[in-house]
Design a protein around this ligand. Structure first.
Ligand code: AMP
Ligand code: MG
Length: 418
């Protein structure tokens, strides 16, 4: 692991690490899980492909009709103002016409049905007049080859359809099935263990005593990790005691590839997370030039990757999205991808001091002219968890930004990117 920033842990006054530096160091340091397993498509949703998938067949496997209508030989309709053909049979999806199409004939055909050998064009039934076994149409309106889907038009036999690192979503499961692949080799699931630290924390279901608050971080993390497609173990709330934190660290590291904690990473007297990480593992850095989320511990605990997230609930979510999720994606074996960022007009003025990048919470929508406009959710304290629920995006303000005036253009990252 990169140890160039270890010093900053001993000296908190040292320069803060920029977001980009932090993210890059994390990505450089985390390994991807190596183990694979073979899974049926039903079990493979949201898993990461370990090997390329090559199609053994053409898709579609045969030329077929894109419309309900009549398959014809286009040459039959040349030079006539009105063309008449005889219906010689029918081709339905799954029930091909097995005869030979002669000149002057056509075949009643349905969408997805096999094109008869010598037919090359399909007339839409709406463009045809049918009388008994005869059809009539105006050839001027017919383009040779229209309404035919060719064999291999979507995928060719021998073609790679999916590459390693691809996350198998609904489209991929459908695509795999379309090429006849029923099982795939995927990376094994990442194992994550997490716990909250803090004497003030009470779990839901128990009445609060004076001075206590409910532990919300474990529930937010439960949701974040569920959506991230990992296996996880919730190790509960650990009190602010050196021994208890040490024991929880050891247990977590023994069962997980990735350990997440929240709280206890500041320099307060009851903050044992960084200290324990220094004692049991390796620590990389813990002060990021960002808001919210400045205190962040990152390092190794045995073979496990460790993130000590801040305690404040919004900071937990911001640091998860900005650092932990990219790390999880790499550890799961996913292909790297850039964040989805775009510009929007800001409907409010925003206060901001130079120095740290900020992730303010915003509500992004289209205005009456159809252009993107983002408004603030209001109070931006890192304890105001309701701001995350009201928001649908982050408003990204660069470290050097010194405030936004109403109407300024700002960068936004929709939550759907996560
Ligand atoms: P700490 O970093 O432990 O000093 O915590 C910073 C702030 O976050 C304090 O106000 C804590 O009470 C709060 N906090 C820490 N952990 C949690 C949690 N699991 N759920 C909700 N708030 C928390
Ligand atoms: Mg605490």
């Amino acid at each position: 692991m990169n140890d160039t920033t270890v010093d900053c842990c001993a000296d908190p006054s040292q320069k803060l690490l920029s977001l980009e530096q932090g993210r890059q160091r994390i990505l450089d340091a985390v390994p991807a899980v190596a183990d694979h397993e073979q899974l049926h498509l039903h079990a493979a949703l949201n898993r990461v492909l370990a090997e390329p998938v090559v199609s053994a067949i053409d898709v579609p496997p045969f030329a077929n009709s894109a419309m309900d209508g009549y398959a014809i030989r286009h040459a039959d309709s040349a030079n006539a103002a009105l063309c008449t053909l005889t219906v010689a049979g029918e081709s339905f999806a799954g029930r091909p016409f097995d005869g030979q199409l002669e000149s002057g004939q056509c075949i009643r055909i349905m969408t997805g049905a096999v094109m008869p050998d010598s037919a090359d064009t399909v007339l839409m039934q709406e463009h045809v007049e049918r009388n008994g076994e005869q059809i009539q149409f105006a050839p001027a309106n017919v383009r040779a080859g229209e309404n035919v889907r060719h064999a291999g038009e979507d995928t060719r036999a021998g073609q790679q359809v999916l590459e390693p690192g691809k996350v198998l979503g609904p489209s991929e499961l459908g695509l795999l099935a379309s090429v006849g692949v029923g099982e795939v080799r995927v990376r094994r699931k990442l194992r994550v263990a997490f716990f909250s630290t803090g004497d003030e924390l009470t779990s839901v279901g128990t009445p609060l005593r004076h001075g206590q608050i409910y532990d919300s971080n474990r529930y937010a993390l439960y949701g974040l990790l569920s959506n991230a497609g990992v296996d996880f173990h919730d190790l509960g709330v650990i009190p602010d005691q050196r021994d208890a934190v040490r024991k929880a660290f050891q247990q977590a590291a023994s069962i997980a590839d990735l350990v997440l904690t929240s709280g206890g990473v500041s320099v307060g007297e009851a903050d044992f997370v960084t200290e324990t990480l220094e004692e049991l593992g390796e620590i990389n850095f813990w002060r990021m030039a960002m808001k919210p989320g400045k205190p962040l511990a990152f390092g190794k605990l045995g073979d496990a990757v460790f993130f000590g997230l801040p305690g404040n609930p919004v900071s937990v979510m911001v640091t998860f999205y900005q650092f932990v999720l990219p790390a999880i994606r790499k550890m799961r074996g996913e292909q790297a991808r850039d964040p989805l960022l775009f510009e929007a007009r800001c409907a409010n003025s925003l206060k901001k001091a130079a120095g740290r990048a900020e992730f303010q919470r915003g509500i992004l929508q289209r205005d009456a002219d159809g252009s993107w406009v983002v408004s603030t959710t209001g109070l931006q304290g890192s304890h105001v968890l309701s701001s995350m629920s009201h928001a649908n995006c982050f408003i990204l303000l660069a470290a050097e930004n010194t405030g936004v005036s109403e109407g300024d253009s700002v960068l936004v990252q929709p939550f759907s990117d996560f």
